[in-house]
Ligand binder design. Structure first.
Ligand SMILES: Cc1cc2nc3c(=O)[nH]c(=O)nc-3n(C[C@H](O)[C@H](O)[C@H](O)COP(=O)(O)OP(=O)(O)OC[C@H]3O[C@@H](n4cnc5c(N)ncnc54)[C@H](O)[C@@H]3O)c2cc1C
Length: 476
């Protein structure tokens, strides 16, 4: 079988790339090892309830520019329910704290949040961020990478951030956004998130109103087929084939099929890429790099109730060692298809908080207690059904040293590119990073064919006073 381009992996990155190439008129063959598309953003039908469940609940943000551009292209962007007035509801030992969205010019957008935060932190706790904020505001993406070797906890302590602020704000935010403990987190990855919090305002969260994968997978697969390509499932790429000049020429699948094409994009997670790359001399360095990335596991739990137990769409627990789950979603308040049925609460136990050794029963029991702490009505409700998804890797951990290791899309093998959330996108590993990397890889393929074009959207940058400070620091 022949194609213009082979894309290995039908996750967000692979499908974003395949869609862009199909839109450019190329015949694309997508090879996906699993029986369905979506990878770490996949969905399937729960056999007991008939409800479409996701691998685990996901949020989209208004800053997911590349992911949203893909949805706009596919006409599914109206299937996102935006929460554009309330940023987040936090639950801690003192109760629920509702944080608003504010679009004022940075850093003034922090003012409406401050009185709420000061019910949990003291003024010295908040003030202890001044040195860090001054430093972070003056960094750009390149300069923040100088902090990659530091762990985030050591960095915060060195900058004078007080312990209460570290435990209440930093541990919670980095666990939810980067999926690691502060001890395991790259200082650069933490600073990237913080400087965007300081220097961008008005952003908010959204939730799929339908199954997550249905936002992008069927439309992208259809576009590939319409332009003369194909999407094959259960097709695991085992090794690459080269021509006499050492250029990519095709792939061999695990069941022995050969597919020829002059170009390929390997849109695979690091451990899978390492396996494929290790078989090719020119990709040995890439295989070694990919093998440094460690998985952050998740356990995602779904609980079906016989009645509504909350009107909230989304809430998060602030960090505590005893916690299991971090973020909670009542799908009955998000998905219109659930109509007037009872609550379906989905939640994520992230990385260091997940408990691989616990039984499903114990996870559900603990999850029920956490749900009841936010929604006491759950105590009176009957649980109709539960399920626990154990996910070996939600994202690669942004450990110290990994930001500098994130590879670009081009490889040392002519005719081969890579894509995936973990590549060098200047974004935390996420669907947005995956979509941006897919778009960048498609740009690489088209440029190689003598058709340079711009597809990827830039990563967000700071503005307002932090933007001025950043530009002035870059000029000196
Ligand atoms: C529970 C959970 C919650 C999350 N929450 C959020 C969130 O709220 N917001 C957010 O933006 N992101 C979130 N993420 C992260 C997000 O899902 C990922 O960053 C993104 O989906 C990664 O996409 P990808 O295409 O890079 O990789 P993948 O989705 O891993 O795609 C790679 C594909 O390659 C296939 N494959 C592997 N090896 C081979 C091979 N040899 N040959 C062919 N195919 C192969 C895999 O089966 C897979 O389908 C979450 C992830 C999980 C699991």
């Amino acid at each position: 079988m022949t194609a213009d381009v082979i894309v290995a992996g039908a996750g967000v990155a692979g499908l974003r790339c395949a869609l862009a190439l199909a839109d450019a008129g190329l015949r694309v063959t997508v090879l996906e090892a699993a029986p369905m598309p979506g990878g770490r953003a996949s969905s399937w039908t729960d056999e007991t309830t008939g409800l479409q469940v996701d691998i685990g609940p996901h949020v989209i943000t208004s800053e997911h520019r590349n992911f949203l551009a893909m949805l706009q292209r596919l006409g599914t962007d109206d299937q996102v329910l935006w929460q554009d007035r309330r940023l987040i509801t936090l639950l801690d030992a003192k109760g629920a704290l509702r944080m608003p969205v504010c679009g004022w010019t940075p850093p003034l957008h922090g003012l409406p949040l401050a009185p709420r935060a000061l019910t949990r932190l003291s003024i010295p706790d908040a003030w202890s961020h001044m040195r860090l904020a001054w430093r972070a505001a003056r960094l750009d993406e390149q300069r923040l990478r100088e902090f990659d070797g530091d762990d985030a906890l050591a960095m915060l302590r060195a900058m004078g951030v007080r312990p209460r602020a570290i435990d209440w704000f930093w541990r919670s935010a980095m666990l939810a956004l980067l999926n690691v403990s502060l001890e395991q987190c790259s200082g650069a990855a933490a600073l990237r998130v913080f400087r965007l919090m300081l220097g961008r305002s008005g952003w908010y969260f959204g939730f799929p109103k339908v199954a997550l994968a249905s936002l992008y997978a069927p439309g992208a697969c259809r576009a590939v087929v319409r332009s003369g390509g194909q999407v094959l499932f259960g097709a695991r790429v085992r090794r690459l084939r080269l021509d006499g000049d050492g250029r990519f020429a095709g792939v061999e699948t695990a069941d022995g099929h050969l597919l020829e094409a002059p170009r390929c994009v390997l849109a695979l997670p690091p451990h899978d890429l390492a396996g494929v790359a290790a078989e090719t001399d020119a990709l040995q360095g890439l295989a070694t790099t990919a093998s440094y990335f460690r998985p952050a596991p998740y356990q995602s739990t779904y609980v079906w109730f016989d009645r509504r137990v909350t009107r909230e769409r989304f809430w998060a627990r602030t960090w505590s060692v005893q916690n299991l789950n971090t973020d909670f979603y009542d799908l009955a308040n998000i998905r219109p298809a659930l109509g007037s049925r009872g609550s379906v609460i989905a939640c994520n136990a992230i990385g260091p908080q997940s408990r691989a050794e616990w039984s499903d029963e114990r996870i559900v029991e603990h999850t029920m207690r956490e749900i009841e702490q936010f929604a006491p009505q759950a105590r009176q409700a009957r649980v109709l059904h539960t399920r626990v998804h154990r996910i070996a890797m939600a994202v690669p951990q942004p450990r110290p040293g990994t930001e500098l290791l994130r590879p670009g899309n081009a490889t040392a093998l002519p005719g081969a590119w890579i894509a995936g959330d973990w590549t060098d996108t200047a974004l935390p590993c996420s669907m947005e990073s995956a979509a941006r990397s897919g778009a960048l890889a498609a740009e690489g393929v088209l440029a190689d064919m003598g058709r340079p074009t711009s597809i990827a959207k830039e990563a967000p940058e700071t503005y307002g006073l932090p933007g001025v400070l950043r530009r002035r620091a870059a000029a000196t």
